[in-house]
Each structure stands twice: as C-alpha cells, then as structure tokens.
Design a protein around this ligand. Structure first.
Ligand code: SF4
Length: 330
C-alpha cells in the first residue's frame, strides 16, 4: 500500500475543502471497497478524508410528497431493516440483504455503495498489464480472456465490466435521485444518470464532478412499490456478486399490468433499466407468455462472449421469474 495522509472532517464543507486541497484525495466512508483497492495497488489516494462523523445517518420521510431521504452514511444493514424501507420499498430491502456479508453490510454506506467499482478480475490485478479502466489505453484483458462475469448489454470494445451493486439496481427501478454537495453548491442527479456506460472512457464511471460529496439518496413516493421483488442469481447462496439480478415492480389495474419497473444487475457497466421490457408489459395480463415476451424484447440486442453467453438466456429466465414472484404466481 502506498503512503497516504488521513484527516477526519466534522462538517460537509471541511470534508469538501479537504478533498479539494489534494489532487489525489478520496472521501472515506465504510471503506469496504476503497481499502481493498488500496491494498491491491489499484487505488493510490494521497489523502483520505474520513467523513464518518458527518450528520448523514438518517432515514426520514420527506414532507409533502411522502418519499424517503436516505443519508449517505446510512449503513446497508440499517437501511435494509428500516421500517420505511421494508414496508414501502421491499425491493430495496431485499437487494441490500442479498449483498455482501452481514459484517460488510454493517460497515458499508449508502454513498459508498453507489461508488463501488467493478470486480473484473483484470481490474483487480495490477500484475495484469491490460485494463483500460485501471490504465487507460492499455487494452481490455477480458475481451479475449476469462469473461464469465462480464457484460452482455451496453458494453464497448474498451471495457465489458459490470457494476457490482445490488442496492443500485433496486434504486434504478425506484427512480431514485442522488443529492450531492460540491465546491459550487448542491445539486441532484437522477440515479439513471449517475453511472455511465464505458464508451471510450471506462475509467470515468460516474457523472460526479471533482470533489463532490454524496449527501443523500431520495426515493420518490411510489405506493405500488410495495408489490416488488429483487431476484439475485449467483454462484453461491451468500457473499457472492450477481451473475444476473432483477429488480421488478408491478402496478396492477384489475387483471392487467398498468405499469412495470424493471432493472437489471450483473449485465452492464451500470444498473440497467429495462425500458423495453417495461413497455412490452404495459396493458398485458400477467402470465408467463407476457413476461417471456418482455424479457425477449429487452435482450434482443444482448451480446455475449466466449464464457458469458449463458447470461443472455439466464437473464431472460430471471426477468420472467422475478415478474412471476411479484405477480403472486410463485
Ligand atoms: Fe479492465 Fe473493463 Fe476490460 Fe475488465 S472489462 S479488463 S475492467 S477494461
């Protein structure tokens, strides 16, 4: 690990100033990903600004619209078990509880979860020379390498990595909004616009500006989100990243689907909102045929590689099963 300096901020402005004062500084929350990356020699911050004493630890109902504001330092365990989340947004509680291990969830924060970096093997191993994300311009080792966990949607020839978060997939379906504070004041970013596809610059993973601090995530009031589910398909029953995951929400009108929200994890460089599937579901009866047709529509342009083509059919089946569960079909 490279040498670095450490400071502890007691308020947001001190934290922002502390990071802005160094060219290579990072905020330190739970550290469950950042410290690993520093130990592996992937991240080399010269300064860490500890934000754990900032007052960003509340989950509170928003006045007026009935939505919920989640402080950036709310731990994943606390968020998953919070009554407002379990009752109104079960898809988010389920997603959080499917992630990592209890020990990690006790430490990992909401803001840090948004900033998780990919678990691509080649990214994590600096001994491997080819990784455009770690070393821009060096190539992508996964393209012709062992790419079992990699993307099937939205990838580029510069990077085929996937975003590893479960929480963010549920938040994408819920149309969350990220609140950030920076040197130029406060602004909001739709979760759909927060993470980026790799394109030509896979090293740029979010649309955060330099030195901006995530302060909260807002969930809109969404009464029909009580009918929701998160399905995660993985190699082990716990402590494993998703091969494929699905966050599904259905709004019913009589015997038909009025609207659907579907987001996918483990398939793209960002949480993947399945708009084509959602459009295909509108007005349909909830049955296997309509669910499968929605899955086929979403995956029509999917592209697999030597070791991960199985994910295309797996994703179709996962979408169908998640929707079956939300519709009460088992
Ligand atoms: Fe690096 Fe992305 Fe290629 Fe993985 S998929 S080796 S992270 S460029």
């Amino acid at each position: 690990m490279n040498p670095f300096t450490y400071s502890r901020a007691s308020d947001q402005q001190t934290a922002i100033n502390g990071v802005a004062a160094h060219e290579h500084a990072k905020y330190l929350g739970g550290g469950t990903n950042l410290i690993d990356l520093m130990k592996m020699g992937v991240e080399h911050p010269e300064q860490l600004v500890d934000i754990n004493r900032l007052d960003l630890t509340k989950v509170e109902q928003l006045p007026g619209n009935g939505g919920v504001r989640i402080g950036a330092l709310v731990r994943n365990s606390d968020l998953a078990e919070h009554n407002l989340i379990k009752t109104n947004y079960p898809v988010l509680s389920e997603a959080l509880l499917s992630g990592a291990s209890p020990q990690l969830r006790n430490l990992a924060t909401t803001g840090g979860n948004l900033l998780q970096r990919t678990r691509c093997y080649y990214f994590y191993d600096p001994a491997f020379p080819m990784c455009n994300k770690r070393d821009p311009g060096s190539g992508c080792g996964a393209l012709e390498g062992y790419n079992r966990i990699h993307a099937i949607l939205g990838q580029s020839d510069k990077c085929i990595a996937v975003h590893p978060s479960d929480m963010c997939v549920a938040m994408a379906a819920l149309e969350a909004v990220v609140r950030v504070q920076g040197p130029n004041g406060e602004r909001t970013i739709r979760l759909a616009d927060f993470h980026r596809l790799p394109g030509e610059t896979p090293q740029v993973e979010t649309n955060l500006q330099p030195n901006e601090l995530i302060t909260a995530v807002d969930l809109p009031a969404l009464p029909f989100a009580k009918r929701s589910h998160y399905l995660k398909v993985r190699d082990r029953a716990s402590y494993a990243f998703a091969l494929v995951s699905v966050a599904a929400i259905l709004e019913m009108d009589g015997g038909r689907i009025k609207s659907a929200r579907v987001a996918l994890g483990g398939v793209a460089h960002k949480p993947w909102r399945a708009h084509k599937a959602e459009q295909a579901l509108g007005g349909k009866e909830p049955n296997d045929a309509s669910f499968r047709a929605a899955a086929e529509a979403e995956l029509a342009n999917a592209h697999g590689y030597k070791y991960n083509s199985f994910k295309i059919e797996l994703t179709k089946r996962a979408i169908t099963q998640a929707l079956r569960t939300v519709a009460g079909m088992g």
